[in-house]
Ligand binder design. Structure first.
Ligand SMILES: [Zn+2]
Length: 483
């Protein structure tokens, strides 16, 4: 048995389709799916004589992202042709940015680990390119057909720096999650990994702990979820270690992740680095940014997820996990803050939002921020609990009714007569329960404290959740003392 211990290093290449109205170099609509080849034109089909014109909105979205990722911005930037032949690329080249002047360079993204520590993941470049078409393979019929709706869709590539800062499958997942949430906050991507509009491709390599040399990396594809990113990297690191332990070498190649089997599958060997014959795109003018424009874009950036998570934790004294969950979606975080400002207990707002409201919203397939329960209505519910008008148990019933009817909590409580029972009413119930259970009372008097819970349960049942636990306990204490 070998004693060699290995460490994994992971570079990450992420691609995000941008949320523009039109494609990168033509006026075709930029949208997911649809009838194949219905959103194409001579430019994105690569017909001879057609000329590209770049989409300014796409350039601005990449600039926003680069600034949010703390990049330096290239004041002068150009497009290149990346030449290769593949059916999904009708022009025979992809327009991309190559070399030293992508829009953003030398930035970083912070990830927060489970223990609360923060790690900087350096980013080497953020650049703009165009997406390719999509091959649709016929099952077993021996041919493929092409859909060019995606051809020419603006695509942003974000590449981490070498040597890699990511050192585990978990960190790879955290990076992908943090990046997605930044892109969602900037409103530049819909972040749908399952639809491929956001693609995370890790390049893991391993080396013996203490080694100066880096190992051979492999490239992982088909990771359609965050969980797959973590599992894929973990599996691949183990597979590489097993190869080395067996006296073989790791071969540079592309592997696809098989979600069902939980394994990576060899897709393509990379025996030689492909020669793309990059050269400047002659049909497009360079982009020259002026610093005033860059600063105006920087000033327009929203508060970003990590900063917001920290603020929510401090301002509303939320547990870290709750703050993280609220912030993962900007609309949910906005909803929370609007509600928390109107409520007397912000923590309770977070609990109801992440608990019952999220459960109801998920069951209905609606985002939390778009259900009939408004931020003001949720604050009203929490305030009724804080004021002692309803119990937490009744509140569960109230929010269900609010979700269905769109009424405010106060309306529901008034309509259904759900206010808490007065002390007299509870005292009456307690007296009744004690009278009906003389044997249990005797046990308690004999020192069996556990039996007290049974009586409390009977009272709660009789009060139908409308009695305050404090009242029950106090009145039960008094009644037992006198029994
Ligand atoms: Zn087009």
């Amino acid at each position: 048995m070998s004693q060699t211990e290995y460490e994994v290093k992971v570079g990450m290449e992420c691609h995000a389709e941008l949320l523009t109205q039109s494609k990168m170099f033509c006026g075709c609509r930029n949208e997911f799916g649809g009838e194949p080849n219905t959103r194409t034109c001579p430019v994105c089909l690569g017909l001879p004589g057609s000329l590209p014109v770049f989409n300014k909105a796409a350039v601005e979205q990449v600039l926003r992202t680069a600034l949010a990722l703390h990049c330096e911005i290239s004041l002068h930037t150009i497009f290149h042709r990346k030449n290769y032949f593949y059916p999904d690329l009708p022009k025979g080249y992809q327009i991309s940015q190559y070399g030293s002047t992508p829009i953003g360079v030398n930035g970083y993204l912070e990830i927060e680990k489970a223990d609360g520590s923060v790690k900087q993941i350096r980013i080497t470049r953020v650049h703009l390119e165009e997406d390719t078409g999509k091959s649709i393979h016929s099952d077993g019929a021996g041919y493929s057909v092409m859909d060019y709706n995606r051809s020419g869709v603006p695509l942003m590539e974000i590449v981490t720096a070498f040597p890699p800062d990511i050192e585990s499958g978990e960190e790879a997942r955290l990076y992908a999650e943090a990046l997605r949430s930044v892109l969602l906050y900037l409103n530049v991507s819909d972040g749908r990994m399952e639809q491929g509009s956001l693609r995370a491709e890790p390049n893991p390599s391993i080396r013996p702990v203490g080694s100066e040399m880096f190992g051979v990396k492999t490239e992982l594809k088909n990771l359609n979820s965050f969980r797959a990113v973590q599992r894929g990297v973990e599996y691949e690191a183990q597979r590489q270690a097993a190869e080395i332990e067996a006296g073989r070498v790791v071969i540079q190649a592309t592997y696809g992740w098989d979600e069902e089997k939980g394994v990576t599958v060899l897709q393509r060997l990379k025996e030689v680095e492909q020669e793309y014959r990059y050269f400047p795109e002659p049909d497009l003018i360079p982009i020259d940014f002026d610093t005033e424009y860059i600063e105006s874009v920087r000033a327009s950036l929203p508060e970003l997820p990590l900063a917001r998570t920290r603020r929510l934790r401090e301002q509303y004294e939320l547990p870290a996990a709750d703050a993280l969950q609220l912030v993962s979606d900007r609309a949910t975080a906005d909803f929370f803050e609007e509600s928390a400002k109107a409520a007397k207990d912000a923590k309770a707002v977070a609990n109801w939002l992440l608990g019952d409201l999220t459960r109801l919203a998920n069951a209905a397939g609606t985002p939390v921020s778009e259900t009939p329960v408004t931020a003001a209505a949720l604050a009203d519910l929490v305030n009724l609990i804080v004021a002692g008008t309803i119990t937490g148990k009744i509140a569960k019933q109230v929010i269900e009714e609010m979700f269905v009817s769109g009424k405010t909590a106060s309306q529901v409580v008034a309509d259904l007569g759900l206010t808490v029972s007065g002390a007299d009413e509870v005292a009456g119930i307690v007296a009744g329960v004690i009278a009906a259970n003389p044997d249990v009372v005797a046990k308690i008097k004999g020192g069996n404290e556990k039996s007290r819970g049974f009586l409390v349960g009977q009272v709660m049942k009789a009060a139908k959740g409308r009695a305050r636990p404090d009242d029950i306990n106090r009145l039960m204490e008094e009644a037992l003392a006198n029994a």
